[in-house]
Write a protein that binds this ligand. Structure first.
Ligand SMILES: [Zn+2]
Length: 170
């Protein structure tokens, strides 16, 4: 069971509170479904977050969310295990009214006023959107990717094997 971390988001922003924590990937069911996760999740795979309330940063009270997440996944090019790291920053206005400020600022999101906004659910929502659909080894890790590809080239060609079988049976 995930520890329920919910806040009154308007009050949190108005009183400029902040919180920081670490969330376990395995407790995020929707996220683990999309991770293509072949590896055992280790201690280094987790989601660190900081949430800070701001009263005067924008025209409405706002929250700043900072995420540093480290996931196990599968490279979609070489199909070997790899890690994905996502470092993300978000600003949300806390408001129930339609916004004009949002139109002018693409970097701003908004959240409905809620006395029990779930912080893990917000984090999971953002990670689901940000997680790459087809993660592959990055350019710095390309060597690893190519190495694996070369190795897989050495596997017997299925058609060659078939040819041998045909020869043997004739
Ligand atoms: Zn790869």
């Amino acid at each position: 069971m995930m520890k329920i971390l919910s806040i009154n988001n308007l009050e949190f922003a108005l009183s400029e509170q902040s919180m920081a924590g670490t969330l376990a990937i395995l407790e995020m069911e929707r996220l683990t479904d999309v991770l293509l996760m072949p590896q055992i999740v280790t201690d280094e795979h987790n989601i660190k977050f900081t949430l800070t309330g701001h009263n005067k940063k924008y025209s409405s009270p706002s929250l700043h969310l900072s995420l540093d997440a480290h996931f196990p996944t599968t490279c979609q090019r070489c199909l070997n295990p790899m890690s994905v790291r996502l470092k993300l920053e978000y600003d949300y206005l806390i408001t129930d009214s339609e916004l004009t400020e949002l139109d002018e600022n693409d970097d701003l999101d908004w959240l409905e006023i809620s006395p029990v906004m779930s912080v893990p659910a917000l984090v999971e929502d953002e990670l689901l959107i940000a997680f790459p659909i087809a993660p592959t080894h990055s350019s710095e890790q390309q060597g690893e990717c190519k190495q694996h590809l070369v190795q897989s080239d050495k596997k017997p060609n299925p058609f060659a094997v078939l040819k041998d079988l045909i020869k043997k049976s004739s």
